[in-house]
Ligand binder design. Structure first.
Ligand code: AGP
Length: 609
């Protein structure tokens, strides 16, 4: 996720671009850049790091010009650096492009362009766009963009300017947001409404593949083939603070709702469907040699550790390989045994968690090979691991992790399934079945979110319970751990998770009529065991919420409330079954008057022990 802006009008563009980028910094903050058409030439300035470093860089010069584009980056391809910052230009520096999204066929386009003599200055997927536009440029930048779009696969919001065509910006989107703000004597584009509100409240929302051509005094709209289209103007009523959160009350709720897209982004480029469906992890350098491992060891902290617990079950189930999972702060201080054929999977949203990095370094020293799953390109974990698989979730602002967790699960499944396929513990037909199930997940997540009112209502009735227990078996145990953590982090309810089979070994002593028990019930072969556990806590006065599948009547009559999720294979279900608990924690937090985005005593990234 990145933020893009563009301005054409009668004022100086540079301060407007920088100011608009400030409103988009929540979309990415590892580098920023602008390109301004100044006295007949394109002036490009970029800087690694937060926007303030770009501001410092341009503070000693005056870049005159009333048209330009800008970008704030959340790296996906290529580490944060000056060279990888946007805008990117063609070889001659006459065409500048800013991009938000992922060009999935960039490697193919890159080698094609290289065979035509183009040399690249960055590791980004975006740079190919600038060169392709130049390749198709015959004196009309709009035509060149239309031709280029025909060759791009993936998601994009783009803004393009050309030195020889002053006074117009070409913008287009597909699967990434872009809004056009209509001003008086000026027009402006941005990834999101907050960046526009200081200049105008009249906006056009671009649909997929629609092109906007912005001039100082008008905006033309075209379809993807270049034919004119009519657009309706909308008036924005929200205030700026609400707009930054996309209209949601909190970043956490926004991030919960971003999961369908984040999951689709994390999955899409890793699946091929020419003939039989298959998983492709070559981008991370994962080949058959990795599948010869003798053991998989997973380490992480907090929510990322819960993704690791799901990973343990998935690796054992799909790849029939011994798999251990440990909390990084435990792992680093015990005396672990290493085998040169061990593979380590280290999971961390931030890629900067102190204990997680220490565990990784220990394993590396012991001779193990490391696969990192992280959300932050260029993080310490990403730099030091042997292979890196990115969760393409975009920046996660809320302290409580949501979209980072479910995209971590998506990565874990892709690696575990590919391991199984390479080790021949699952055949091609089974692999296709699971890929189909993973592809259905984003749509199914949307359906759960559409029913969030049911969870909100249940939260309004139960938010003041003094204790909450989450229980489940196998994959449901992992989701119970994550659900209990979410609730305690932001609602401050005393909540614990346990494997349901442990109920009689201790936790049942605490159950009384002040207790909420959430029973996660998605492991079909164990429904009757869960049913017995539910009856045991009900008999002691607990209120019980069951999370199970649509169309499943097994728990009707036993539970006080049943929340249903779309059916999926038992192993894959965790990506879905955690969403009701995320929503429950969020609504309880709000009901209790807390700020779910900034829970007391917690920090987003734990970079010290
Ligand atoms: C999750 O909601 C937490 N805030 C926390 O447990 C987090 O997952 C943990 O600190 C690990 O962070 P990381 O993924 O950045 O390594």
């Amino acid at each position: 996720m990145c933020g893009i802006v563009g301005y054409v009008g009668d004022k100086e563009a540079t301060p407007i671009l920088v100011n608009a980028l400030k409103k988009l910094e929540y979309r990415g903050y590892d580098s920023a850049g602008i390109a301004v058409l100044s006295e007949g030439s394109l002036v490009v300035r970029k800087a690694k790091g937060a926007l303030k470093f770009l501001e410092q860089r341009i503070s000693t010069e005056i870049i005159r010009g009333s048209m330009g584009i800008g970008h704030t980056r959340w790296a996906t391809h290529g580490e944060p650096s000056d060279a990888n910052s946007h805008p990117h230009t063609d070889v001659a520096g006459k065409i500048a492009v800013v991009h938000n999204g992922i060009i999935e066929n960039h490697a193919k386009l890159k080698s094609w362009l290289a065979s035509h003599g183009v040399s690249f200055r960055s590791q980004t997927d975006t740079e190919v766009i600038a060169h392709l536009i130049d390749f198709h440029y015959n004196g009309d930048i709009v035509e060149a963009v239309v031709e280029t779009l025909k060759r791009l696969e993936g998601s994009y919001a783009l803004a393009v300017i050309c030195e020889s065509e002053p006074g117009r910006i070409v913008a287009v989107r597909k699967d990434s947001p872009l809004v056009v703000g209509a001003g008086t004597g000026e027009n402006i584009i941005a990834s999101d409404v907050p960046a526009l509100l200081e200049y105008t409240r009249d906006v056009y929302y671009l649909q997929d593949r629609e092109i906007a051509v912005l001039y100082r005094d008008r905006v033309d709209f075209l379809d993807g083939d270049g034919a004119p289209v009519e657009k309706e103007l909308s008036h924005v009523e929200w205030d700026v603070a609400a707009a930054e959160k996309g209209g949601y009350e909190h970043f956490m709720l926004k991030e919960i709702h971003e999961q369908p897209k984040a999951l689709a982004d994390t999955l899409r480029a890793r699946i091929r469907a020419n003939g039989a469906k298959s998983i492709h992890l070559e981008e991370i350098g994962f080949d058959a040699s990795w599948a010869e491992a003798g053991r998989v060891m997973i380490t992480a902290c907090g929510t990322a550790w819960h993704a690791g617990v799901v990973g343990k079950y998935a690796f054992e189930r799909f790849a029939r390989i011994p798999t251990d999972v440990d909390i990084a702060s435990e792992y680093r201080y015990r005396s672990p045994l290493f085998n040169p054929k061990d593979i380590f999977i280290i999971i961390s949203q931030s890629g900067e968690t102190a204990d997680t990095l220490a565990a990784m370094r220990m394993a590396k020293k012991g001779g193990a090979r490391i696969i990192a799953i992280t959300n932050v390109v260029g993080s310490t974990l990403a730099r030091e691991a042997d292979l890196v698989m990115y969760t393409w979730a975009g920046p996660e602002i809320a302290v409580a992790s949501t979209k980072a967790f479910t995209t971590q699960l998506m990565c874990v499944y892709l690696i575990a399934l590919q391991f199984g396929y390479l080790r021949k513990t699952i055949d091609g037909e089974t692999l296709t079945r699971y890929i189909d199930a993973l592809e259905a997940i984003p749509g199914q997540a949307e359906r759960i979110l559409a029913n969030k009112g049911d969870i909100q209502r249940f939260a309004s009735l139960s938010f003041n319970k003094t204790k909450a227990f989450f229980m489940g078996r196998l994959f449901d145990f992992a989701i119970s751990l994550e659900s209990a953590l979410k609730l305690k982090e932001i609602s401050y309810t005393h909540s614990e998770a346990f494997a349901a089979g442990e109920l009689k070994h201790g936790p049942i002593a605490l159950v009384d009529d002040a207790t909420l028990v959430v029973a996660v019930c998605t492991q079909r072969a164990l429904f009757d065991k869960m049913d017995s556990n539910i009856k045991e806590v009900k008999a002691r006065g607990a209120t019980v919420l069951v999370i199970t599948y649509e169309g499943e009547s097994f728990f009707d009559g036993t539970a006080d409330e049943v929340f249903r999720i779309p059916p999926a294979p038992d192993e894959i279900t965790p990506i879905l079954s955690v969403i009701p608990s995320q929503l429950y924690a969020y609504y309880c937090s709000v009901q209790r008057g807390n700020d779910p985005d900034k829970p007391r005593n917690l920090a987003k990234s734990v970079t010290v022990e």
